[in-house]
Write a protein that binds this ligand. Sequence first.
Ligand code: 1PR
Length: 527
Amino acid sequence: TSSDSVVTLLDYGAGNVRSVRNAIRHLGFGIKDVQTPEDILNANRLIFPGVGAFAAAMDVLNKTGMAEALCAYIEKDRPFLGICLGLQLLFQSSEENGPGVVGRFDSSNGFRVPQIGWNALQITKDSEILDDVGDHHVYFVHSYRAMPSDDNKEWVSSTCNYGDNFIASVRRGNVHAVQFHPEKSGDVGLSVLRRFLHPKTNIPKVIACLDVRANDKGDLVVTKGDQYDVRNLGKPVELARQYYKEGADEISFLNITGFRDFPLGDLPMLQVLRLTSENVFVPLTVGGGIRDFTDANGRHYSSLEVASEYFRSGADKISIGSDAVYAAEDYLKTGVKTGKSSLEQISRVYGNQAVVVSIDPRRVYITHPNDVEFKAVRVTDLGPNGEEYAWYQCTVGILCFIVTFLFVHTATQSDKAVNGGREGRPIGAYELAKAVEDLGAGEILLNCIDCDGQGKGFDMDLIKLISDAVSIPVIASSGAGAVEHFSDVFRKTNASAALAAGIFHRKEVPIQSVKEHLYKEGIEVRI
Ligand code: 1PR
């Protein structure tokens, strides 16, 4: 577990914090318990679930030197979340003259004390961690409360009414505290913890991918093959609309016949983009055959012209596969950015964010990481001969017209030698990813030929390797077969998005189910 996914917990032993522990683990984080004041000072993220009686808690914290460490930690504006007594103690220790700020509820006005139950908040300022709370109720259990005053009004992010208006949460910089119990407040409560644990990260995206090819009549049809062999599934525009309605965050079209001929001759693809963009209001990516091209009459078209036509037709991003492999190979060989590759040209004119590089690697098992000059990883599942390592060899499309023709017309089953018409290149996915980031790619679409269409889950070793290697967003692709595969990939890797094709096309797992599952697992999604 990396230190980013560990949260430090201050449990001074005065009561039950099991639910807080469980909630943290549920959100995919490990827990480091504070043993010494130094553990507080060294924390990346500290949660202080105050339990027990106020004076007793203060006593323990003072005696153990924890109080002093806490003050120092908070003063440095380090990420902190106090819960319940954890909020009240914050007040007590931050205000010179504590008495008067935190006091007991007055039961004479008909409200039973303690307050044990659900109540709504009045959010008074942007607190980030409360962003999902809105009108939802959260759970309180307390007899004491901190009262808003002129001195603390800059801190107060929400109040709550129980006989009188008391402070439900405070926030200053990275320091947060809540009077209610997020670990007992259902999904909304979990979202408070999640927002504290994953501050300001991008919301993971779920992308539907349509691999399309032209059929005999010249219509584009959606295909989905197993390890890059193809078969028909439906019409692209209709499917894209359906996925948009079901909640897809983006739609990708990969034109796998684009490179058999000049893409601008590929009017159906432009038409698909025009029609789709009429009522699909999420980003559209198009890939396949984006490269410089000289037609039969000797006229040269630059990849930039090809991309421009796609953008004009409604694409937000273009995706480059094979051509980016050649560009990366040249760049790594010479160390020179020529500025002439399609990747460089398009990102210079349209911006990095408009250029995705699609990587199509296959796993090559090896016995020892030094057996190859490319970055290798220790694999989770051993190779066929017990190999413990693998590198990921990039591939490019070859002779696609002929291969596609063969597959479509003879319905040949998967032929490993051809494998969807792809040729292995002397470059690894790791080397490629870093090179294309340098050359101006804005995003990486990371496929894996071994996992494609298998429904057994994403290649976590590969996705971890690449998403840790670059700082641009990485889209995990190939192999999704169940909703759990999506939560897994977001939990265990730094992927920014997960893409699937087959399970959506075959209606095995609808996009809504993926989103609902992620939400239930405490992973933020666009609903
Ligand atoms: O090399 O720039 O012309 O781009 C070609 C593009 O087309 C590349 O992005 C490449 O991934 C894709 N491609 C090439 N041949 C095929 C084929 O199927 N014969 N499709 C092909 C690749 C892989 C993913 C797939 C995911 C998820 N398809 O797009 O959608 O693996 O599938 P799953 O969820 O069903 O497992 P260039």
